[in-house]
Write a protein that binds this ligand. Structure first.
Ligand code: ADP
Ligand code: MG
Length: 342
């Protein structure tokens, strides 16, 4: 029902340090479908190219191996198809349809809800079917499997069996490259200083860059001349100012806390309770709570593999108490906040 977007190909995907691992893994599984890491699990924030990479796998497979069947499916569609099939008592047909493919691309599994036991069950069996028949499964989500508390344990562990790669926000050079390519593809004439302006203004996601470019294209057509910096600034004035509030991620926090407090990231993510590790974990949650816009307590708890959102409240409270008495920690945290914000 949902087609692959033919524009989402590997050669239209711009590589950089933030995504080259994910690119290589996706390309690997497209070249050797059914003979690669299974499953391939790609995770990362909104608009960083997960769907693009998944569809690139699909497009590549269809071209290189025309006899293989590819199915791309957002998780919500899987879920609604399943509900429909159950209503119509057509589960057998549902299974035939879903299992008759060779490469299965399941997008955005974070949308599978906690209470949808039946969906989770069906995904589990579908997964096993593909896995046992050595058919390629590619899964995407906004977080690693262990940070999706709504997923049943056995699905989490299945998703962890293969190769896990992430896509992060692109750095400045990559943003420049993305903007240049997108401008070229859309036939928009923009000077390098406009590209540079856009790359400093849009720092975390690709979609707003695309949106800005199409506004510029429109302006340029209206004014019947190429865009210069002045025009660019004018016509993008109304867009939300993204610069300076780049989205801080759990990964950023983990990295900075690990380095500053000298605790291995794996230990922080684990369940070790020695004092230094527990402190680092609490500091991570404290920072996540105050720095990640819109993050709910259960999101943060989930990101650290905890099921109970009060864990985050407890950690936050603990760190605040410590801050009252521990000047050294106070300084370290100030430094970390500075580093994360810029
Ligand atoms: P996600 O699925 O991670 O939310 P998408 O794959 O839908 O993100 O990407 C959002 C938009 O940004 C798409 O138009 C996609 O083509 C583009 N995009 C994201 N990353 C890249 C990249 N590295 N190179 C080229 N285009 C990209
Ligand atoms: Mg997507």
């Amino acid at each position: 029902r949902i087609d692959l977007n033919p524009n989402y190909t590997f050669d239209r995907f711009i590589k950089g340090p933030s995504n080259e691992h994910a690119y290589a893994a996706a390309f690997g599984s497209a070249q050797k479908p059914n003979d690669y890491h299974n499953p391939l699990y790609i995770y990362g924030g909104v608009g960083l190219g997960k769907t693009h990479l998944m569809m690139a796998i699909g497009n590549h497979v269809k071209e290189a191996y025309p006899w293989l069947k590819v199915k791309y499916c957002p998780s919500e569609i899987f879920q609604s198809d399943l509900i429909e099939a159950m209503k119509d008592k057509n589960l057998a047909y549902f299974r035939t349809r879903y299992r008759s493919v060779d490469v299965f691309l399941l997008d955005d599994v974070q949308f599978i809800s906690k209470n949808a036991d039946f969906t989770q069950e069906e995904i589990f069996h579908t997964f096993n079917y593909f896995y046992q028949n050595k058919k390629q499964i590619v899964i995407s989500a906004d977080r690693p499997p262990q940070a999706l508390p709504q997923l049943h344990d056995r699905l989490q562990s299945r998703f962890q069996q293969g190769l896990i790669v992430d896509v992060k926000s692109p750095n400045f050079e990559t943003r420049i490259a993305i903007l240049k390519t997108k401008a070229q593809e859309a036939n928009i004439e923009v000077s390098h200083d406009v590209i540079k302006y856009l790359a400093t203004r849009f720092t975390s996601q690709v979609r707003p860059m695309e949106a800005a470019l199409s506004i510029l294209q429109f302006t340029s057509q209206q004014e019947k001349r190429p865009i210069d910096l002045q025009m660019a600034k004018m016509s993008l004035k109304a867009l939300p100012q993204e610069n300076g509030i780049h989205q801080i991620t759990i990964e950023d926090i983990l990295r900075v806390v690990s380095r500053t407090l000298h605790v291995d990231e794996k230990l922080i993510m684990g369940s070790n309770r020695t004092e230094q590790v527990a402190l680092a974990r609490h500091v991570c949650m404290y920072l996540a709570k105050s720095l990640i816009k819109g993050a709910t307590l259960s999101y943060i708890a989930g990101a650290f593999g905890k099921r109970d959102h009060t864990t985050v409240l407890h950690a936050d409270q603990k760190v605040r108490e410590l801050l009252d008495t521990d000047a050294a920690l106070q300084m370290q945290i100030d430094e970390m906040v500075e580093e994360l914000k810029f």
